[in-house]
Design a protein around this ligand. Structure first.
Ligand code: NI
Length: 138
């Protein structure tokens, strides 16, 4: 179990007011938890910049009626089989599909995968959300 350490923080009054407004807006119950999340956020972003293994989710919206689109998307995912760990397909309505692809690997590869998928004609939107694998963050 990790040891909890207390420390004091000096802040400009105006900045603290803004921080308190922000944590209220984000539903934090105390400053400490909000500060912990901010620190984790910075550490996780540093992991990405250093090229450390990330976990993430790619979301794609596309019209499955477009010719060859589904085959192309499948081919691309096979090409990136080393970082693709799971796939969920949802039929949103008569035309549109939502695909959620879970990835784990180098951030650059995850970015390359979403860029490649997004570039396929008929894909309406594609986004990558990166997070940590959790190994180096408490
Ligand atoms: Ni579908």
């Amino acid at each position: 179990m990790t040891k909890l350490v207390r420390f004091g923080v000096s802040l400009d009054n105006g900045l603290l007011k803004q921080f308190d407004l922000l944590i209220k807006e984000k539903n934090y119950t105390c400053r400490s938890e909000a500060l912990r999340d901010l620190i984790r956020e910075v550490l996780i972003k540093k992991e990405w910049q250093m090229g450390k293994e990330i976990a993430g989710a790619i979301t794609l919206i596309y019209d499955h009626h477009k010719r060859e689109l589904v085959n192309k998307l499948t081919d691309i995912q096979h090409d990136f089989g080393n970082i693709t760990i799971s796939l969920q397909h949802v039929h949103l309505d008569h035309d549109n599909c939502l695909e959620i692809i879970a990835v784990k690997g180098p951030p650059r590869e995850a970015q390359r995968l979403v860029d490649t998928l997004r570039s396929v004609k008929g894909v309406k939107h594609g986004a990558l959300t990166m997070t940590t694998t959790g190994k180096d963050v408490d």
